[in-house]
Design a protein around this ligand. Sequence first.
Ligand code: M6R
Length: 609
Amino acid sequence: MCGIVGYLGPSQNSVQIVLEGLRRLEYRGYDSAGVSFLDEHDHLQNYKKAGKLDNLKMELIGKNVIARTCIGHTRWATHGGVTDENAHPHFNETLSIIHNGIIENANEIKKELMGHGVKFKSETDSESFLELTTFELKNGKPILEAIADSFKRIHGNSAFVILYPKTGEIFAIKRGAPLVCGINEITSEALVSSDPYALAGIVHKLYFPEDEVIVHLSGANKNLVNFYELKDLKKTTRYLSKKQDMSVEVSEKGEYEHFMLKEIHEQPGLIRNLTQYYFVGEGREALEKVAHYKPDRIYLSACGTAAYAGLVIRDFLEGINRIPATVELASEFRYRDPILKSGDVGIFVSQSGETADTLAAQSLCKKAGVKTLSIVNVDGSTLYRDCDDNLLIRAGIEIGVASTKAFTQQALTGRLMSAAMAGDLKDEAKKMKLTGKFALLAERIDHLLVKSEIIKTVAEAIYNKKGFFYTGRGVYFPLALEGALKLKEIAYVHAEGYAAGELKHGPIALIDEEMVNIALVGPELFEKTVSNIQEIKARKGIIVSIGPRNNEELMGLSDYYIPLDFDGLDELSPLYVNVVNQLLAYYMAKFKGTDIDKPRNLAKSVTVE
Ligand code: M6R
């Protein structure tokens, strides 16, 4: 959720480096931002501000921010409102800390420390860790021991970065939350962050510490970074190291007004590249591994948009491979004691690979001896590292909080997996055929993007209506769910995705002339879906149909009609329809004037449960 960055090195520009890292991570949380740094006299300076990162930058204008050591944070509020006091870092005369996660026993710790006369300045859970560590230091413990003993006391998943002004060192530790550090041996710089993207272009080598490993950034003359076990403070190698090869350029908006629009437009190119990557490129080996899977049953588990992509994948696996598959919301699956058997396979779908609930679902399967596979975007993410096998979706960095291209790539990677499991990798003709289908999908989406004015006109006509029902049947039902989610999150209007046949079992009571039905009508179950539209029309609902072109019946029924060419797309047609939903939500949000790339209350990567 929150973005965290720490820098230690010879540059006197550390505050700017940290602010640039935070700018890249702001999509993770943007309620407030702050930095702590040691000035040229080694005095701790702190600045924090509610609101977006720009507010903090304004605050820093004209201030003397020459510093070699700095930590910074962008917040997604969990405990305590969005105020300057609750913003991170939390500091006192001894320490400054930033935190990502939740301390479940914060109240108990606070109460105990208050008994010792400690005063708290914020409503956050994070401050309890600050004061607990400070208390341990005051009791005479060395810094490493003080951090370790405090961390052992807290419950829940968290990552902390701690700046210790007395020595100018930075420490970090995590449990169930993302943390990465990186070094540049040439420039003697060491950084730590919640996301490798913040470190791209600065460091050459990345380290991903495992849970309960203390990271110590120590400065130029010693090792740049050291790792210690929480349990005994002995040096450890419990981390994964890897070359930093991420580029930063890809994250600019270019000619587009929003990242979301740019990411929608990237889809045709990404779709074309995916078959290349898996059939002739580097991805071959990973897909060949999956071809040997012979599961009795498949559990797909994910959250939000990724769970809806999971539903599309389920339809491929059941429809094409005839393997029983279910989609489980990770936040429920992890607690409902599911019956897992060794012949099952768990598939975890995620853009970030850091979603707390999805990680917990994976861990549950692993503990039960079930093989785990990720369908994931971020190479090297926690999910990627924890799963037995991985299929990368190759979407490139997704900045818009509303997931678009990741959905498409997740579903299509699932289609390639289903082809591999059906034995199609051994058959050149079948591979060619599927490559052709992907290319056709890309071409159709290209056409759609050129004609997006039609969608914009519809958006302008309906964006102020009271509520929206997205309906679909069969393979279009997941798109109804995903379409409604997209609209809710970026346009802030109430929308629901419904199976078209279910509306009359209750929700139809809501239909009147202010309610819009976005009807997703594919060639499959066409007549039945049209009957459902009739039922809404009879109750004066506004009908927006997204369906086969040149269909007089549908056109006659609809107040607004977005005609599509389904020919030849077959099982990939849901992905085509979904792009219409993405554009419709985008334009409605634009007419509403919302913050499309950073919608209120949301964060890109949900690392708390
Ligand atoms: O990174 P993940 O794919 O695991 O994230 C899962 C959801 O948090 C995510 O899809 C969320 O629903 C999006 N904001 C939807 O656009």
